[in-house]
Design a protein around this ligand. Structure first.
Ligand SMILES: Nc1ncnc2c1ncn2[C@@H]1O[C@H](COP(=O)(O)OP(=O)(O)OP(=O)(O)O)[C@@H](O)[C@H]1O
Ligand SMILES: [Mg+2]
Length: 259
């Protein structure tokens, strides 16, 4: 039996180890339940990807985590120091690139230095004085990442940040995000439709189905990972099944139509 003091210490330690805690979270829009009794704990520094069909509630959940929306029911405990990157970079066209990185930044005295350091980390120091309209889609998204990181978040929320990018740029972005995550160690929640992206980057992959967490996979094989690795292939099959896409079906359909 443990004494109350030890329990109190344990609670403090647990609190520090957790970046995010959801307990029984529900959200309704116009009487329709979009999130249903979602419970999820994410450890500090853990990289979690979230997969799920369109309309499953991923963005709704991310907006609640970001403090942009409120749950109707349940408990949400989340690190205050959090940043969000959306599918589109959301830069202010009338501000220079470096100014965009520190928009809303408190410590104005150090703002430009912080912006330049963050831009350097995403490989865009030479664009600091430029304007957003001169950036490619991938560059603009890297500025959005720099803007997120300059706040040194304990929780980094990414809602399909690479979805609008071409395949090659996307692969470069995976490497960049992996490097930034190692350097800054925030917990990450990455919403994506790309199973390989989730496998390459994550410690853990959760599947959201119709507003409920229907699967939760630990990804513990070593990094850097390859799509062709046997572990990755096996996990991809499991994830497709969890998403309701069974790999046999197309073959059965092909056989049926050939018969
Ligand atoms: N503000 C809102 N008012 C009414 N309905 C909403 C609102 N926001 C989301 N919804 C509905 O909630 C459901 C879940 O939306 P959400 O954007 O969370 O899905 P998602 O999983 O992010 O989908 P996608 O993969 O297409 O981005 C959808 O049916 C959507 O129409
Ligand atoms: Mg969405």
């Amino acid at each position: 039996m443990s004494s109350p003091d030890i329990d109190a210490l344990k609670n403090v330690r647990d609190h520090r180890e957790i970046a995010l805690e959801l307990q029984g979270v529900s959200r309704r829009f116009g009487g329709r339940a979009v999130l249903k009794d979602v419970s999820l704990n994410i450890r500090r520094g853990q990289f979690v990807s979230m997969l799920g069909a369109s309309g499953a509630g991923k963005t709704t959940l991310l907006r609640i985590l970001a403090g942009l929306d409120k749950a109707d029911e349940g408990r949400v405990r989340v690190a205050n120091a959090r940043s969000v990157v959306f599918q589109e970079p959301r830069l202010v066209p009338a501000r220079r690139v470096w100014e965009n990185v520190v928009i809303g930044h408190d410590r104005l005295g150090a703002a430009k230095n912080d912006a330049l350091a963050a831009l350097d980390e995403v490989g865009l120091a030479s664009h600091a004085e430029g304007w957003p309209k001169t950036l490619s889609g991938g560059e603009a998204q890297r500025v959005a990442l720099a803007r997120a990181l300059v706040r040194e978040p304990r929780l980094l929320l990414l809602d399909e940040p690479f979805a609008a990018l071409d395949a090659l740029t996307r692969i470069r972005m995976y490497d960049l995000v992996a490097r930034l995550w190692r350097a800054h160690t925030p917990a990450v929640v990455l919403v994506t439709h790309d199973i390989d992206e989730a496998i390459l980057l994550s410690d853990r992959i959760v599947v959201l189905s119709q507003g409920e967490i229907s699967a939760d996979f630990t990804v513990d094989f070593p990094r850097p990972r390859s799509r062709a690795d046997g572990n990755a292939i096996a996990l991809r099959t499991q994830l497709l099944e969890a998403l309701g896409v069974t790999t046999e079906e197309p073959q059965r359909a092909a056989t049926a139509s050939a018969a």
